[in-house]
Ligand binder design. Structure first.
Ligand code: ATP
Ligand code: MG
Length: 766
């Protein structure tokens, strides 16, 4: 195994090796896409555990001669065995695997880290390294210490749907009008505040800019109170409350600082203020903190990530060693150059240029489609061709700006029988029947969870009406107890006298579920939930009545039980209801992506961060789609979109296909979009362009489009056929968009409620 590790070290370039062997003190690795940042992170952990913290810079002061060092260095560089006598000596300083914590953003990335560590260190040691996402790390901490900040250890984790339900209740109680200040805006504002570690008290104290701001602070405070009463955290709370816990409780803080002596953070450019604070609270006095990131790939500013965290690292951690990597190992030079071209247009960046020895490769293939179906069919053709040549489906990823863009590809692929997997979108755990059953399971785990209780108290229908539910909620609030407490003593409240029978029936169901949990295995319990609550009977009755989706829903519940079973198989003795619920709460989009199956992967660029694929299709490269409509009014937003484009392009190893479409149906409207400015920013020498045969034919017949938007794009002249010269096909097209009026067909008559008002512009021309 050690030989294997050394072979891995031998593969590294000088700068990477320096980063790996810088074992102590603050370390910042700042480098572009595909330059081996994550690779360095994994190798660095392996080095710490295998060869210890003395390996590297602090090496010579030990009782080892120059020659010994040389011998070892040669061994490492050439990948041959290290002199065995050195072995024992080195291990004296070895870091124990459970002293290392590695944090990253997605579960997928965390899983990959674990897998690579297992490969390097072997199963046992590899598994002992705590590699996790920010959120899971916080859940783990809170499960142990939540009581210190007034929450139960068996807390529930609320997803965005639950949050909205809570907020709606708050609105009702405070008589806030959703039309005046939408619930979603309140939730967003609250989320920003938590990202910035602003408490409800502080938000209330800060003079608000307007009525809405004041309202936001008020509902924030009420919302937090509700969650605390319910013993629940939402996603932002997981981080925010852990920060509070660690800041306020020195003993807890010291516990973790002692436990995790080495801290490593991947994708550091996307950390928020709260995450930054969390990392610094976890960092012990030795400051063994290593962060890895790329300012050009910062794509979560809209969610509160702050690039300052990277820029300030050196200032905050004195004596930081900064290492830059410039060689890209992932992509061909055509792909890399295309990425460089695009990102160069950002002004707000620490300039760096990546290079590669991977060879030129094919040019970036740009395809202009007639519409989104044509785009889908073109992609299917390309993939089909690759398969004929012996390629694999799973080597292909289709990336897009917005989830909604997956729909046409999905429907085309389904019809064409191309196996594919959508990451994100409507997830299994978001389906109504699945959420309902999970809600039952949640209230058994946490009887204080009123939000989930409300969700299922009358699902299936059991004659517990909305009025009764409000009465129960009021009674609970008055006495400071949970709704379930009220239900269990329903006969003691005059106001509930008419609902006693159904409420007791519900209480009876609840007790049966509790008993089932205590006496049976977790998957049997899940089956019982479906039976005892009458959920299965309800769906079977629906199916008998001819409800089409009832059978699907029954099947989904079968799948749910299977999922519980496989959770149990994975966790053995440690399986618990809380653990299962935690798992599903933390599963993010990316996790439904199963790498072993041979399927084309569809996902947003945001989800693809840190991943790589031999063949990447970047679709919808159009103004108004990517960059998005919203971003076009702010330079900062545009730069974020451009970084996103950079992330998308740099996912590709061998070949990159970019497509744009002349018309696109999105959110039920047909839009006409010009090719994205990001496409135009790529130098023509790296591109090969083709157009849909239908477009070619049309332009031969009528010729239209030399003025393709050139007076609607900022910086007009460089429009589609502008001086940059890309877009061979655009040149020589007729006089104006409108001249295609001769080919008007149904599609062109479709309402063009393009939000940019381009519709009227196009219509008036030619
Ligand atoms: P991103 O910015 O996208 O997260 P990254 O900087 O983390 O990228 P990695 O994912 O670590 O880059 O590496 C990109 C690819 O290059 C991987 O396939 C990795 O195995 C390979 N690689 C990294 N370093 C080397 C090296 N020294 N020799 C050969 N291949 C390498
Ligand atoms: Mg990476």
């Amino acid at each position: 195994r050690d030989t294997y590790i050394e072979k891995q070290f031998g593969r590294l370039n000088d700068m990477q090796r320096e980063a790996v062997f810088t074992t102590n003190g603050p370390l910042l690795i700042l480098a572009g896409a595909g330059s081996g940042k994550t690779t360095v992170l994994v190798n660095r952990i392996a080095n710490l555990i295998r060869f210890g913290s003395a390996h590297g810079s602090k090496w010579t002061p030990r009782e080892v001669t120059e020659d010994d060092v040389k011998a070892l260095r040669t061994a490492i560089m050439t990948g041959t065995d290290a002199p065995s006598w050195l072995d024992g000596m080195l291990r004296k300083d070895a870091v124990r695997s459970w002293n290392v914590m590695a944090i990253t953003f997605t579960n997928k990335a965390a899983g990959e880290l674990k897998e690579r560590l297992r490969r390097m260190l072997g199963g046992e040691e590899g598994d002992e390294v705590f590699a996790s996402t920010f959120h899971s790390a916080c859940v783990r901490i809170l499960r142990r210490w939540a009581e210190e900040i007034g929450y139960p250890r068996s807390f529930t984790i609320y997803d965005s749907d639950d949050s909205q339900r809570v907020m709606k209740t708050v609105y009702k109680e405070l008589s806030v009008d959703d039309k005046f200040f939408p619930v979603k805006s309140a939730i967003n504002q609250m989320s920003r505040w938590k990202d910035q570690l602003i408490s409800p008290e502080e938000a209330l104290k800060t003079p608000a800019r307007d009525t809405k701001g004041a309202l936001a602070a008020k509902v924030y405070a009420a919302y937090e109170k509700k969650l605390k009463e319910a013993g629940a955290f939402d996603f932002d709370d997981l981080i925010y409350q852990t920060v509070i816990l660690l800041s306020e409780h020195e003993d807890v803080r010291e516990f973790y600082q002692n436990k995790y002596k080495y801290l490593l953070v991947d994708e550091y450019q996307d950390t928020s203020v709260a995450q930054f604070r969390l990392v610094s609270l976890l960092t012990g006095p030795e400051k063994n903190i290593c962060v890895v990131g790329d300012d050009d790939q910062s794509i979560y500013r809209f969610r509160g990530a702050t690039i300052e965290n990277i820029l300030n690292f050196e200032r905050i951690y004195k004596g930081t060693r900064t290492i830059r990597l410039e060689q890209n190992y992932r992509s061909t030079s055509n792909i890399l150059n295309a990425a460089n071209c695009v990102i160069q247009h950002n002004t707000e960046r620490k300039g760096k240029t990546l290079w590669t020895k991977n060879g030129e490769g094919d040019k970036v293939q740009v395809y202009t489609a007639e519409n989104e179906q044509d785009e889908a069919s073109h992609i299917a053709d390309v993939i089909g061709q690759h398969l004929k040549e012996g390629g694999h489906l799973a080597d292909h990823a289709i990336l897009y700006r917005m989830n909604a863009q997956s729909a046409p590809i999905e429907s085309y692929f389904t019809r064409a029988g191309i196996p594919h997997k959508i990451v994100g979108g409507q997830r299994f755990n978001d389906r109504k029947e699945v959420k309902d059953i999970h809600s039952y399971m949640s209230i058994v785990a946490n009887p204080r969870d009123d939000v989930r209780l409300r969700r299922i108290i009358n699902e299936p229908a059991r004659k517990i009406g909305a009025t009764t539910i409000e009465v129960i909620a009021d009674l609970a609030a008055q006495q400071g107890i949970s709704m379930l407490d009220v239900i269990s003593h329903a006969d003691q409240y005059a106001k509930l006298s008419r609902a006693i029978a159904p409420l007791f029936k519900f209480w009876d169901i609840y007790q049966k579920l509790q008993e089932s949990l205590e006496t049976k295995t977790l998957d049997e319990f899940a089956s019982d939930v479906i039976e005892i609550t009458g959920y299965r009977a309800m769906l079977e009755a629906d199916a008998a009545k001819g409800h089409e989706d009832a059978a699907d829903r029954l099947q989904n519940l079968g799948q749910l039980v299977n999922n519980v079973k496989s959770y149990c198989d994975q966790h053995g003795e440690e399986a618990s209801l809380e653990g299962y619920l935690e798992d599903i709460a933390l599963i993010s989009d990316i996790d439904s992506y199963n790498e072993s199956a041979d399927q084309v992967v569809l996902m947003t660029i945001h989800s693809a961060k840190g991943l790589e694929f031999p063949y990447v299709f970047l679709i919808g490269m159009e103004e108004g789609v990517f960059p998005s409509e919203m971003s076009k009014y702010s330079e900062a937003d545009l730069e974020e979109e451009r970084r996103l484009a950079y992330v998308g392009i740099t996912r590709a190893k061998k070949e990159l296909y970019i497509s744009n479409s002349v018309t696109r149906m999105l959110y039920g409207r047909t839009q006409r979009n010009e090719p994205s400015r990001f496409l135009r920013e790529i130098e023509p020498e790296y591109i090969e362009e083709t157009r849909s045969p239908v477009l070619e034919q049309r332009s031969r017949l009528g010729g239209w489009g030399s003025g393709y938007g050139s007076d609607t794009v900022p910086g007009g002249a460089s429009g589609y056929s502008g001086p940059s010269g890309w877009g061979r096909a655009a040149s020589g097209h007729g006089s104006g968009y409108g001249s295609r009026s001769g080919y008007l067909n149904k599609e062109y008559n479709a309402p063009m409620s393009n939000s940019r008002g381009f519709g009227s512009d196009y219509a008036g021309r030619g």
